[in-house]
Design a protein around this ligand. Structure first.
Ligand code: B16
Ligand code: MG
Length: 215
């Protein structure tokens, strides 16, 4: 085992509430009911698929251009909220664990559906800790398709079977398994039966890394 591929939102940083605020503003403007429970369904889902989920409660019909405009506005509002992020938005536990994994000789990558992943990493001062970034800008298919993780492995030049994915979304665990990788569930995905490992805290990765290294 040579690499860890991390999902970003819900694993390294927590931007659900920013997504919620930005989508809520859009939904309110259109008179669509939207709450935090619906927001939970957007975890790990691409921006376009998220919009379609919110529009399930919309009676009107929107053109492709109108949908694109809504997504652009939502993203502008979301980016304004992301601007407030600082290195303090990453816990000491996450930062220390990433550093320890690097010291153990593992290569680290991000595998995120977000097109804002690079911007978020920059805001929280983590860019330099990762050897590769695979995100919403280099994929054509969303999780549960394995594309985002296969690309991360390709960028690292490491075969998929030598990669372990850390994910908070069920769709991400499915994507990792389809990619032929070890799947580690955290947060919501800590309840996912398909995961090879289920962890309650990020620092448990060190113990798993010790086991994977000898495989
Ligand atoms: P963006 P992840 C995902 O990130 C989020 O969980 C999901 O809520 C969001 O819709 C998606 O990124 C797209 O994000 O609008 O920034 O491109 O969990 O895959 O790191
Ligand atoms: Mg996630």
């Amino acid at each position: 085992m040579h690499a860890f591929i991390f999902d970003l939102d819900g694993v390294i940083v927590f931007t659900d509430n920013f997504h919620y605020q930005a989508w809520k503003k859009m939904a309110d403007n259109l008179g669509i009911y939207f709450d935090e429970k619906i927001n939970n369904r957007l975890r790990g889902v691409s921006r376009a698929d998220s919009l379609d989920i919110i529009l399930e409660r919309y009676d009107g019909v929107l053109s492709i251009a109108e949908k694109a405009g809504l997504m652009e506005q939502k993203n502008n509002d979301y980016r304004c909220l992301l601007e407030t992020m600082t290195p303090k938005d990453v816990s000491h536990e996450v930062r220390d664990t990433l550093l320890k994994l690097r010291q153990m000789g593992f290569r680290l990558a991000i595998g995120s559906s977000s097109r804002n992943a690079g911007f978020i990493l920059e805001k929280v001062g983590l860019t330099g800790l990762f050897d590769a970034l695979s995100d919403g800008n280099n994929i054509t298919r969303s999780k549960p398709d394995p594309e985002v993780f296969l690309k991360a492995a390709e960028f690292l030049n490491i075969r998929p079977a030598s990669c372990a994915v850390v994910e908070d979304a069920y769709a991400g665990i499915e994507a990792a398994k389809s990619a032929g990788m070890t799947a580690i569930g955290i947060g919501d995905a800590a309840k996912c039966d398909e995961a090879d490992y289920r962890i309650a805290s990020f620092c448990e990765l060190i113990k798993i890394a010790g086991q994977l290294r000898v495989c």
